[in-house]
Structures are given as structure tokens and as C-alpha cells.
Design a protein around this ligand. Structure first.
Ligand code: ZN
Length: 319
């Protein structure tokens, strides 16, 4: 009898203990392997309309298929879009190269970008779009810009998040968008949203861009200045990472405003609420040293878990 009582008591302590910190199970090894593949030299920095970028699209499409995501708009996970490159545009696009090359006489050419889109149908058609950008800066001056944090981290996270919600059915429909051409002006996100037939159903964009590299164990959720109702569900987070708010108030002169810094701005412009997850700029930002070796592996895994918990809380709290 006494023993039974003790047993019951210890079970209830165990249950109480678990309630305070939410346990999100992810396959950390697979997550790290995927970011490693996406930022590998063989993908040549995933520059827009370049061979390595197309390889990344195929890899992502195969992952979406394996996870069992549904296709969204056509019979392919990949949504191709045309883009006309003019000489002037090239000049504007590649200032980082510091090249003396004159593009003004280069004839206009049509190139193709590609977004990779999959979804999990929820109980409702109301939709949360979870995004990360698959492109990066490519090869410049003979150097590969691997873009491990920017944004192989957000792209690889899409697979882990999708796998999680295949097991834990969401209330909202979740669209997973690995969008192209962020680095040259969010062309992919823009094209996708313009052509998405069910735009009116989108209630939120959760964008991830640089979530794997921070030495202070800090991740920002940006956007609550514009959409204050999103703050409470995020504050429920039980992660060991310090989740900070900010970088979204144009009047706060102490921090730069990230409202327009990545693909979430495309949604914001259409008055669709967004939360953007990202870290402070670091020494490897937009450098060839943004490699797999230089991310914080433990931080990355925790940050993906934090974002899963955030999506779960937003999914259950949004009307
Ligand atoms: Zn980025």
C-alpha cells in the first residue's frame, strides 16, 4: 500500500515536471545532415539561376516527397518562374563582387528560378506559410558563398518541421515554402504569393532566415510590433534559447529594423501577419566563411525546436 502511494506520488511529480518544459522530439542528426548537404561546395552557393541552385531545388523536392507532403499548385513541388535579366539589373545585383565588368551591353536574357512548395492539410483551410529561402550568393570572385546559416538553416528546418507536423496534425493548413531569389529582392516569394490562388486563406507567415549561428544563445522573433497579438503565444515558449522580441520598430534607433529584411516583407506588404525568426548578424554574414563548420550545431537544433513549439502555439491560438 505504502509502496503504491509512493509510486503514484512519483508519477504525478514526473507529470508535473514535464508540463513546465515542452519536449519536442526531432531527428537532430538528419537536420544537421540536411544543412550540411545544402551548404556543401557541390551546390556552389546556390546562386540564383545557377546549376547548384537547381540541384538544391531537386534535393528539396525529393525531401518533400519523402516526408509525404502534398503538392500545392500543379503536379510538381517545384514552381518555375521566368525572370528577365537586363544588363542594368546585373549591375545592381552584384555590387558585392566589386567587379569592373561592364554589364550595360550584355543582352537581356530570360532565366528561370524555382520555388519548392509542399503542404500538410489541416482541419481548416486557413493557412500558415512556413518559409525559408533556398538561394544564396553563389560564386563570386572565384569563392563559394556556402550560406550555411543564410539560409540553408531555414531551408533544412522546413523538413524537420514538416516531419513533426505530419505526426502532430495541425489545426491550420501548413504550407512549406522553400523560396528562391531572396538575395536579389525576394523574387521567389513575390512570384509565389502573387500566383497563389488561395491567398485570402493565409493568416500568417513564419519566415526563417539565419537561425543557426549565435554565440549568445539568442534568437529573435521579429514582427510583434506590427502584430502585437502574436506575442502572447510566442511568450509561452519553454526553450532554453533566449527568445527576444524587437528589430521591428522603426522608431527604435538602437536596433535596425528587420521588417523588410527578408521574404516576410512580401507578406507584410499584403497585410498578412508575419513572424520572422533570425539571429543578429555575425562575422560570417554574407562571407565565404558562412559554412557548416561555423554554425552552432546545438543552438541550431534548439532553435528549430523553439520554432516548432512557436508554430504549435500559434496554430492553436489563432482564430
Ligand atoms: Zn537570407
Amino acid at each position: 500500500m505504502k509502496q503504491n502511494l509512493f509510486y503514484l506520488l512519483s508519477i504525478s511529480i514526473l507529470v508535473f515536471g514535464c508540463q513546465s518544459k515542452k519536449t519536442i522530439q526531432i531527428d537532430k542528426k538528419a537536420l544537421l545532415n540536411n544543412i550540411k548537404i545544402l551548404s556543401h561546395d557541390s551546390l556552389e552557393g546556390r546562386g540564383f539561376s545557377k546549376k547548384g541552385n537547381y540541384k538544391a531545388q531537386t534535393f528539396i523536392s525529393n525531401q518533400f516527397d519523402k516526408i509525404g507532403l502534398e503538392k500545392v499548385q500543379n503536379d510538381d513541388f517545384i514552381q518555375k518562374f521566368p525572370y528577365t535579366f537586363s544588363g542594368k539589373r546585373r549591375q545592381r545585383m552584384f555590387p558585392i563582387e566589386n567587379t569592373n565588368e561592364d554589364f550595360s551591353n550584355v543582352p537581356d536574357t530570360i532565366v528561370y528560378g524555382g520555388n519548392v512548395i509542399g503542404k500538410i492539410a489541416g482541419k481548416s483551410n486557413k493557412t500558415i506559410v512556413v518559409s525559408g529561402h533556398l538561394d544564396h550568393l553563389g560564386i563570386r570572385n572565384g569563392k563559394i558563398y556556402n550560406g550555411a546559416d543564410d539560409d540553408a538553416s531555414g531551408t533544412a528546418a522546413l523538413f524537420t518541421i514538416a516531419k513533426y507536423f505530419k505526426k502532430h496534425k495541425p489545426k491550420h493548413t501548413l504550407v512549406f515554402a522553400a523560396v528562391d531569389a531572396e538575395e536579389i529582392g525576394s523574387l521567389g516569394a513575390d512570384y509565389w504569393l502573387k500566383n497563389y490562388p488561395n491567398k485570402k486563406d493565409i493568416v500568417l507567415n513564419v519566415n526563417m532566415d539565419m537561425i543557426a549561428h549565435n554565440d549568445s544563445n539568442e534568437l529573435y522573433a521579429c514582427g510583434t510590433y506590427h502584430y502585437p497579438l502574436l506575442k502572447a503565444p510566442l511568450q509561452k515558449n519553454t526553450s532554453t534559447i533566449r527568445l527576444l522580441f524587437g528589430h521591428d520598430n522603426p522608431n527604435d534607433k538602437t536596433k535596425d529594423d528587420w521588417t523588410f529584411s527578408s521574404d516576410h516583407r512580401i507578406f507584410h506588404k499584403e497585410k498578412i501577419p508575419f513572424i520572422y525568426f533570425g539571429v543578429e548578424d555575425h562575422k560570417d554574414y554574407h562571407k565565404p566563411t558562412d559554412t557548416f563548420e561555423n554554425i552552432n550545431q546545438e543552438f541550431y537544433a534548439e532553435s528549430v525546436k523553439l520554432i516548432i513549439e512557436a508554430i504549435e502555439n500559434l496554430d492553436s491560438s489563432l482564430k
